[in-house]
Design a protein around this ligand. Structure first.
Ligand SMILES: Cc1ncc(COP(=O)(O)O)c(C=O)c1O
Length: 490
């Protein structure tokens, strides 16, 4: 027994959980660790320069046969894991859409872990279900969506879009839930989305049996917004060829440039051809919280569904995706396996069982962090922070325009800036220079950018959205970009 205790470093009891006193002590240490991490994060190198497999090589690969002390485990986290991640919350990490972790969000995530409830039915955790209903209603109002829209929380926009497309398919061919798609002489369904849309549209089409090839990519205009005339032509051509136009996925805040498709005009085409209109506002829909940006929400109330990821702009830690569907009862019917009249324990139907609104049975209590963060900041606080990120994006755009060696590659609509170092005559060489600048900066550990392709050319891309990012951080990055571009071009 004594040997056993020693092998456990005194940390972990024989059976049951870690002794409460040890848990409490570790928790206090963790509180300090997290606070230090947040406070000193800007001093860290952003991402490791390791080769694949380097982290595994530093860890003991043997499955743990005996218990280890928490001190030893946490020492490994400090030694190997923390230096081995990309620090998304670093104020000079500018990839993707900016990191939306906030301190209230971290606190709420810790509480969620402690509660560890399963939000599958109302009975398995009434507060989890009701809080989900509440935060979905707050967000619906902030987005300006009519009361007709009902919502559900999933993990990601990819999953939200898949469920939206499944509901569209159910509306067009109600027998598919029971009988599936194959071998029944149904028309070939077609889904339309722009050349700038996210690949989650194809993933959704693959998952629901419509197939990747039946997602038709529509060209964009000079501002990377869907060309509605081209959409009309594509739909007409598909109709002539015997296909059934099923849905259009319009994007509000595209992945590369944050461009916004002309939703009202797309909605008109959808009405004419009885197509489902799904809006992918995973990133951009959050802009609707700003009174001066209400333009972004034009046409939303004509849509059948809309997805927004508050973990992309609205300061909720990853992950949290909200899908709103105008006829949410259709989504529920599609995924409810027990008929409603069999819910005998709830004769008045007041219990919302979110497991009925999708493929998943077990569900995390995601609503808690939204409730905590949104109360901690309020809509005004959220809007003020987004406004600051827009200001920083415009400021960077000004700096770019004032340096003749650079050019903006797309209009700056939200907290995303695409630009290109253009010195030189040969486009391909310039592509290589832009790509090398991003790679060198990322390897330096001092900033982190993305590169993307626009109109066939490589450009650099910066995403703002982190509450820790200040104007000084942005200035540091811009100087680094200027210096690195000069070096690479030479
Ligand atoms: C516009 C857009 N839609 C959907 C997605 C997919 O998001 P998720 O990772 O939540 O599935 C992304 C990811 O960046 C995106 O930019």
């Amino acid at each position: 027994m004594k040997d056993r205790q020693e092998s456990l470093h005194g940390d972990v009891g024989d059976l049951g959980d870690v002794p409460p006193a040890i848990f409490r002590e570790q928790l206090h240490r963790l509180a300090d660790w997290i606070a230090d991490y947040r406070e000193q994060i800007a001093e860290r190198r952003i991402a490791p320069n390791d080769k694949p497999g380097a982290i595994l090589a530093r860890l003991n690969r043997a499955a743990p046969e005996n218990a280890a002390g928490l001190d030893e485990i946490f020492a490994d986290i400090d030694r190997v894991i923390v230096p081995g991640v990309a620090h998304w919350a670093h104020p000079q990490f500018m990839s993707y859409f900016g990191c939306t972790t906030t301190s209230p969000g971290i606190l709420a995530e810790m509480m969620t872990g402690a509660l560890n409830v399963n939000a599958m039915t109302w009975r398995t955790s009434p507060a989890a279900s009701e809080l989900e209903t509440l935060v979905l209603d707050w967000l619906r109002q902030w987005l300006g969506l009519s009361e007709q829209f009902g919502g559900v929380v999933y993990d990601t926009a990819s999953i939200s879009t898949m469920h939206a497309l499944a509901t569209a398919r159910e509306q067009a061919a109600p027998s598919t839930r029971k009988q599936g798609l194959s071998g029944r002489g149904l028309p070939g369904f077609r889904i339309y989305t722009s050349s700038q849309a996210h690949s989650s549209v194809e993933k959704g089409a693959i998952a629901i049996g419509i197939g990747e090839d039946n997602v038709r990519r529509i060209g964009c205009n000079a501002d990377f917004r869907m060309d509605v005339l081209a959409l009309r032509k594509m739909v007409a051509s598909d109709l002539r060829n015997g296909f059934k136009p099923l849905a259009v996925v319009a994007t509000v805040g595209t992945t590369s440039t944050a461009s916004v498709d002309p939703v009202p005009q797309i909605a008109q085409v959808c009405r004419e051809h009885e197509m489902w209109l799904h809006i992918d506002g995973a990133y951009g829909a959050g802009l609707a919280l700003l009174p001066e940006c209400k333009w972004v929400a034009a046409g939303w109330n004509e849509a059948d569904s809309i997805v927004i990821n508050p973990h992309k702009m609205l300061f909720i830690p990853f992950d949290f995706s909200a899908l709103y569907v105008r006829d949410i009862a259709r989504l529920r019917r599609l995924f409810t396996l027990a008929p409603e009249h069999l819910h005998l324990r709830d004769p008045v139907g007041a219990e919302i069982n979110y497991m009925d609104y999708g493929v998943q049975l077990g569900r995390r209590f995601r609503a808690l962090k939204a409730w905590v963060v949104w109360r901690a900041f309020g809509r005004e606080g959220l809007a003020a922070r987004i406004r600051e990120h827009l200001r920083l994006a415009k400021l960077l755009a000004d700096w770019i325009e004032n340096d003749e060696r650079f050019e903006l590659s797309a209009p700056v609509v939200m907290g995303v800036v695409c630009f290109r170092f253009k010195a030189g005559a040969d486009d391909q060489k310039i592509d290589m220079v832009n790509s090398s600048v991003v790679e060198r900066i990322n390897a330096s550990g001092r900033a982190y950018l993305t590169q993307t392709r626009l109109r066939g050319r490589t450009v650099m891309r910066i995403g703002l959205g982190n509450v820790l990012t200040t104007e000084q951080h942005l200035r540091n990055i811009w100087k680094l970009i200027q210096a690195t571009a000069t070096e690479v071009a030479a």
